[in-house]
Structures are given as C-alpha cells and as structure tokens.
Design a protein around this ligand. Structure first.
Ligand code: LUZ
Ligand code: MOS
Length: 759
C-alpha cells in the first residue's frame, strides 16, 4: 500500500456527524459537581476583603476554594515561577482567578459568583509595553541578537530610515473553550480529561499544586476544538482547579469556561510596540537593520520569554542582512498573561521589517517589491543567530509565484483599475516568509510513540501528539499504514495520555507531526524488522528478501501464501514482542544562549504570497480579491490536510492584520469581550480566490517523510494584507502618510483615505 497523499482527515467523518468527542462530551459520573471561576474585577490592587458568605449559603453550592485550600504550591508558572493559581493578597489583571465555586450545577455556581463581595484597594495600572518600560517593569532582562557591525554599516548607507510600528494582540477563539473534567480514581489518583496542547504541563503543574507525585495524576486528551497556542500553557489552570476540587471532595468536577469568561481570563497574542532603523545601499541592498521590540507580556511570564526569542529569530524574515542588532524586552503589564499564538512572536518580528521595507520603498520612490527582491536569502547566508541557511527556497518561491501568476500582469491590472476608477482602488503586495522549524528551546525537541500490534493484526498507536484539528492523527495513521502495508481501518490512533506516553513537549511549534511522526516511524520500523525475521524463518529465506505489501508477505516481489494476520499469529506463537516504544530527538540542533549563536532549527519553511485587495473609498471597507501562494510543503504527505493548514493560517493572519481588534481600557478592562465587539474573518471577508501551488523542491530529511511542517508558517502570508490595503489607500490619497499600526481596520482605512483634506 503506497502512501496515499491526498487522504481525508480521519476525523472528518465524526465531525460532520457531530460524533467527535470533546471535554464537554465526556460521560460524567453521577454526582459530578460543576465549577465556575471567580475572578478579579480590577486590573491591579490589594485585596482588602472577600465575603463569600452569601455565595456559600446558596442552596446547591458545595464549597468555594481559594489559595488557602492548596495543599502544595500556589504556583503555575512554566518558564518562570511568577504566577499563582489563585490570587492571594493582590490582583494583577482583570480576570485573574481568585476562587473556584463548586456547586451541583453550573447555573448555581454562576449565581453564587454574583453574590461574592470583594473590596479592592486599587493600584496604578499599566496596559502598554511603553508604560512598563518607563517604569522598569520587565519580566526578564532584554535580549539581543547581533550580527556584524550595524553602527559602522549605517555610516556606509545611501539611505537610512527610522520608524515605529505597533501590532495588536489576537484572540485565539478556539471553538471549544478552555475546560477540564477531573475524576477521583483509587488511592488518591486523579484522572483529568483536559482540552490541552500540553498534557505533561497539566500533569506536572497539577502534581505541584496538589503536592503529590506526578504518577498520581493521569491526563487524557481525545482532541481539541482548536488550540492555536492558546492551550499550550493556558489550558493548565482550569485543569488544576478541577483537580483541586476533586482532591478535596473525592468527587468528579467539571469546569468549562463559557465564552465571556474565557475571553476575559485568558491571554492572547502579544501586542508589540517596536522601533526600527533600516539602512540601504544605492542598489537597495539592506546593509543594516536595528529594531527594538517591546512585547506586552501581561501580568506573568507564561511563555513570553520564549515568544520574545522567536521574534528575534524571525526579525529579518527571509532576507539576508549582514549587519543586525535586534533587541526584545518582555514588558510586565496588568493584562492577562499573553501567550503562545500560531507563529509565536515570529509574525510580530516580521511585520516590523516589512514595515521598514515599505517605508524605505515609499521614501526612495521604488516599489517594496524591488527592495524585497534585492535582499532575499541565498544558500549559505548566515542568520543573525549564527545558523547557516541551507536548502534555501526564498528566491525559488519568490520567482515561482511571480512567473506562475504573472506578477507584471497583476501589477498592470491594478494600475489600470486604479486609473479608471475613483470610488474604488486596488492594492497589491508580495509577502515572502521564512519560518524556523523546531522548538527554539532545544531540549523540547523530542517525542515518543508506543505501538501495539494486537493479536488480530489491528494496530493501536499512542504518541505525544494532540489532535487539535490540524490532522496530526491522520498523518500518524498514514505512517503506520505505510510501514505495515495494511489498510487505514486496521490502524487506530489512541487518545494522548500521560500514562502511555510520558514527559512530553506540548503539541506546538509546528513540530508535532515531525517529532511524533519520526518516533512512530521508528517504532513501526522496529516491529516490521521483527516481523520480517519471523516470516523469513518460516519461509526459509533471509529477512532482507522479505517485503510486506497489501497485507501479504512477498519474497522478491512474489506474493506468498502468508497473510498479515497469519504473520502476527505466528509472531505470537514465537513469543516475539508485538509492542514497541520509540523515542525521537531532533539531531543537529543546538543553541548557546550566552553567545546567542547556534543552529536552533532543523530546517526552515519558505513561501511567497501575492495579495490583492479592493478598497471601497467611500466607506473604508475592503475585500481581498485574491491570494496566490507558492508554498514550500517539501514533499507533502497529506495534501488536503496541508492545504487546509495553509488556507486556515492565511485567513487567521489576515484577520490579525486587518480586522481583529483587541481593546482594553486604561483600567485594564477588556472591551472586546464578545463576538459582537471582536470581529474575526468570516465567509464574507475571506479572500474570494485563494490559490496555492506547491513549490517544487526535494524536501528535507528532518521533516517526516520529507513532508515539511505546515502549522504556523502560512499565517505570515497574512501580513501582506496590511500592505496591500495601504497601497490601495495611497492610490486614492497621495497625501496619505504611511502608518504601521495593525490591524488596519475599516475605520483606520477611512481616516487614511481622507487625511490631510483629500476630498
Ligand atoms: N512553543 C514553544 C512554540 O514552547 N517553543 C517554541 O519555539 C514555539 N514555537 C512556535 C510555537 N510554539
Ligand atoms: Mo503553538 S503557538 O502552541 O505552536
């Protein structure tokens, strides 16, 4: 059975029938309690008093838990231990958990929440990175990547430009909100069903908060209704709270956030305030680039230092810049701790250099494309962090998209349209991407797989991979089916469970299929080798002469009488192990944080998009006419799934850049706290045409079956949408001053169209 590359997502059948299981679908035990979180109604202050008496007196309320009920540590911080599960004497953000109300029903718990009386002495609130920096409120010391000598290089530049940019946060808006279900097993063991990307993070943190050994906590995940990074670290607190209540009550507890609670209490993509300085030669080579990124980390570290690091890694996108000095500071503010979000700081860094290029092009009087094109990475160019670029596809994807879609014709069309229309204007932009694949924290790049072949020849596979809609289970199934040469129906991908696969990294960094797929491949190959030996002994040939194909054993391409199921029975009789556990750790990668140099990425993913938009110059609204992409899939092993990832990521990126506007007021209260005040792309706002062509390449050995990681990179095509819209505004209003303040919402477009009295 050859690898079928255009397979449907395995989950599509249960999804369309509404049969797929999520946390809220778990069959709950009789007597299960339901919980609701009581959170801070102020962004910063001292807790003077909390009166729970009325809430506790409400019929059906079982108990209210606070930090005082924590038997272990009141600490859930991952990278830095700076985040309590429940506030003690102070609150640091609006929405910070203070207590857990456990009741017979969720309705009663909510009612009880309204009866809690809290008195807070307010303290000054910081909501922006700049304010935090001025007050010296930082999470960690700033970090810098330096290459060459930018100071000297700027002196040799023909052109030097400086400017400021802002990119806003982004709400994950996974369809399935955060939630967990905890149940007591025997001897103090607690099983948690969690909607998490990181089962081990949940297990470890629960054990720490409860003060019990990790083996007392079992975490199980069937699938998530979306994660996007929002459940890499931030699925943990809710699971811990449910487990804490279970620990005390010896009864099952379910905690599912409703949408308003989820929006208010959880962190988002980090807003960034940045400044840049770019220097170019006469022939448009970028000779020097400096940037300072102020990352709005929120009230605790969460994953912010790692996100900040990835901003530095991607600060020069797919360009070669010989002299670089980029610095990032994680600023501590009174917002919910911001967290991982598809791209993980990379998009924020890339927006800044694309802004610098747009500014330079405008002031020099050339197209941004001319500057982009003059600086694309070449084979053996060095990144600012010391990695030598290999198998570079920057120019390949750029030239491919230009020729396949005839860029000159597109540019001509835009120009002709603009010459003959006054109420509508078109704008176009190219967006190249280069994204490093691996967790930037090298020790996280490993995974395991546990493969059982059952007596009847069916196969069960457990890995650390969490299915969150990205199709990773389908890919694991393809790998096993391919190695054993059995049909897909014979393979089952089990839930992700910490008792079967332990000490895992979260499903994140676009690396889940690579890491877990390589482990699965290794385990399956080890089993195959044993099976071949069994077959060879029986057929009196050498194992090398044996192949398995279509559920039969072959000797040198000739089919034998021996079937897959018979072979498995035979192996059992011979007492051969039909289970294998394999470990995979990415080779070659390393990084030295003291020097900020190394080789952190297994490989990079490349691609280029052409985005065209039409702006309605009366209303400031816009539509995306088309997005044309040449994307570096390597050798995609699941074409439909990978295309879905590209399209979904593109639209999510466009949403971030053009319409999704998170707003907090000066008191740190979330104003965009519902879907009526937070606009995400819908069927009407997605581009009318999205065409994607796979780039012709040889693939990469460190990618699973040469099929490159695809989760995050295409999000950054969406950055082009910002510049396409801005180009359309410029076509309408020659007096318009370029701005780099994302998202570029219709309100901002309208202001830009008519600024400086352009009527
Ligand atoms: N998570 C993480 C990530 O912990 N480290 C990373 O490098 C990363 N990159 C992208 C997305 N999530
Ligand atoms: Mo992520 S941003 O959880 O890969």
């Amino acid at each position: 059975i050859a690898l079928k590359k255009s397979i449907k997502n395995l989950d599509s059948y249960t999804h369309v029938r509404g049969e797929s299981l999520y946390v809220d679908d778990v069959n709950i035990r009789q007597g299960t309690f339901h919980a609701v979180v009581f959170d801070s109604p102020k962004a910063h202050g001292k807790i003077k008093s909390v009166d729970y008496s009325k809430a506790e007196a409400l019929e059906g309320v079982e108990r209210i838990f606070t930090y005082k009920d924590i038997p272990g540590k009141n600490q859930i911080g991952g990278i830095i231990p700076d985040e309590p599960l429940f506030a003690e004497d102070e609150v640091h953000f609006w929405g910070m958990p203070i207590a857990l109300i456990v009741a017979e029903t969720e309705f009663i718990a909510r009612k009880a929440r309204d009866l809690i009386e809290i008195e807070i002495e307010e303290l000054p609130v910081i909501t922006t990175g700049k304010q935090a920096k001025e007050k010296g409120s930082l999470i960690t010391k700033p970090r810098s990547f330096v290459l060459g000598d930018p100071e000297k290089a700027f002196k040799d530049c023909e052109y030097v430009f400086e400017g400021e940019t802002f990119s806003n946060g982004q709400e994950h808006l996974y369809i399935e909100a955060q939630g967990a279900y905890a149940e007591p097993l025997e001897n103090g063991t607690i099983k948690i069903t969690s909607s998490t990307q990181g089962p081990t993070a949940v297990q470890r943190t629960t054990a720490q908060v409860l003060g019990v050994a990790m083996h007392k906590i079992e975490v199980d995940v069937t699938r998530l209704g979306g994660g996007f990074g929002g459940k890499e670290d931030q699925a943990t607190p809710w699971a811990v709270m449910a487990a804490l209540a279970t620990y005390h009550l010896n009864q099952s507890v379910k905690l599912i956030l409703n949408r308003h609670d989820d929006l208010r209490m959880t962190g988002k993509r980090h807003p960034y305030e940045s400044t840049y300085k770019i220097g170019l030669s006469k022939d448009l080579k970028i000779l020097a680039y400096e940037a300072e990124f102020l990352q709005n980390a929120g009230a605790a570290a969460d994953l912010s230092p790692a996100v900040a690091e990835r901003t530095l890694f991607h600060a020069t996108n797919s360009y070669y810049v010989p002299n670089v000095n980029v610095t990032v500071a994680s600023c501590k503010t009174n917002l919910p701790p911001n967290t991982a979000f598809r791209g993980f700081g990379g998009p924020q860094g890339m927006f800044v250099i694309e802004s610098a290029i747009a500014k330079a092009a405008h002031d020099i009087g050339v197209t941004p494309r001319a500057i982009q094109e003059a600086n694309l990475l070449d084979e053996n160019d060095v990144f600012s962090y010391g990695q030598i670029a290999k198998k570079v596809e920057a120019k390949n994807s750029w030239e491919s998209v230009k020729s396949i879609y005839n860029i000159e014709a597109i540019e001509r069309e835009v120009e002709e349209f603009n010459n003959s229309n006054s109420a509508y204007k078109k704008g176009m932009a190219l967006m190249p991407i280069c994204f490093g694949i691996s967790f930037t924290n090298t020790p996280m790049n490993h995974a395991r797989a546990l493969v059982h072949i059952y007596l009847d020849g069916s196969v069960g596979i457990s890995t650390a991979a969490v299915e969150m809609g990205q199709g990773v289970n389908t890919k694991m199934m393809q790998i096993a089916a391919n190695v054993f040469s059995v049909p897909y129906e014979k393979i089952k991908i089990e839930t992700t469970n910490t008792t079967r696969v332990a000490n895992t990294s979260p499903s994140a960094a676009s690396s889940t299929a690579d890491l877990n797929g390589k482990a699965t491949l290794k385990a399956c190959n080890a089993l195959l080798k044993r099976l071949k030996t069994v077959a060879a002994t029986y057929l009196k040939v050498t194992p090398e002469q044996i192949t398995l194909k279509d559920e039969f054993v072959y000797i040198k391409a000739k089919k034998t009488q021996l079937e897959w199921t018979q072979l498995i029975s035979m192996a059992m009789l011979e007492r051969v192990a039909l289970t294998e556990n394999a470990h995979y750790a990415t080779p070659e990668i390393h990084f030295d944080k003291t020097r900020e140099k190394g080789h952190p990425f297994a490989y990079h993913v490349y691609g280029t998009a052409i985005i065209t938009t039409t702006v309605d110059c009366t209303r400031g609204t816009y539509k995306f006419d088309s997005v044309k992409i040449v994307h570096d899939y390597g050798k995609s092993m699941s074409k439909g799934i990978d295309l879905g990832q590209v399209e979904g990521a593109l639209v999510q990126g466009i949403g971030w850049m053009t319409m999704e506007e998170i707003a907090y007021n000066d008191e740190g209260k979330l104003l965009s706290n519902a879907l009526s005040t937070y606009k995400i792309p819908d069927i009407f706002s997605v581009p009318k045409i999205v065409e994607t062509v796979p780039l012709e390449t040889k693939g990469h050995e460190l990618a699973i079956l040469k099929s490159k990681a695809v989760g995050e990179p295409p999000l950054m095509y969406g950055i082009g949408a910002y510049f396409a819209i801005q180009n359309a505004i410029k076509a309408f209003n020659p007096n318009y001053d370029l701005k780099f303040h994302a998202p570029i919402t219709p309100e901002k477009v309208l202001m830009g169209l008519y600024e400086k009295n352009n009527i």
